[in-house]
Design a binder for this molecule. Structure first.
Ligand code: DQA
Length: 146
């Protein structure tokens, strides 16, 4: 089974409670459950994590170097600030898909720049929490071609 890390950055633990007009009413536990159901169908094995701490996210990216085929990452606010997460992703050889629940390009200009996009193989923004599942489908189709 292909191993995929799904990583979530700061404040995403508040999904469903935090600005629901922007991020919707589903919780991160709902997102994880739906990702696991789909991963089973697609034959993917998941590690699903969230942290409010940059270093912890970096440690998971390092861990993914040992055997994961892909990282699906919503770095949240670190998207726009973190050279350290970009550097960690540059040390990962598999597929990287960046996911944003909201359409960051429709929002404040500071959200228009992403350090992570310099590494990401694909970017999904504005498709709500469905973006995570679409990213997993892409990972599965790439794994089938490999
Ligand atoms: C986000 C967009 C970021 O700009 C923001 O800081 C987040 C969530 C999204 O999923 O839309 O926390 O990554």
């Amino acid at each position: 089974m292909s191993l995929v890390y799904v990583l979530n950055g700061p404040n995403l633990n508040l999904l469903g409670k935090r600005q629901p007009e922007i991020y919707g009413s589903e919780t991160l536990a709902d997102v994880e459950r739906d990702c696991r159901v789909l991963a089973d169908e697609l034959g993917l094995s998941l590690r699903f994590h969230q942290s409010n701490h940059e270093g912890e996210i970096i440690d998971w990216i390092h861990e993914a170097r040992e055997g994961a085929v892909a990282i699906v990452i919503n770095p949240a606010a670190y998207t726009h600030t973190s050279v350290a997460i970009l550097d960690a992703l540059n040390a990962f050889e598999g597929t990287v898909i960046e996911v944003h629940i909201s359409n960051v390009h429709k929002r404040e200009s500071f959200r228009h720049h992403s350090f992570v996009s310099l590494r990401a193989d694909g970017v999904i923004a504005g498709l709500g929490t469905e973006g995570y599942r679409l990213a997993l489908r892409r990972v599965a189709s790439l794994a089938a071609k490999a």
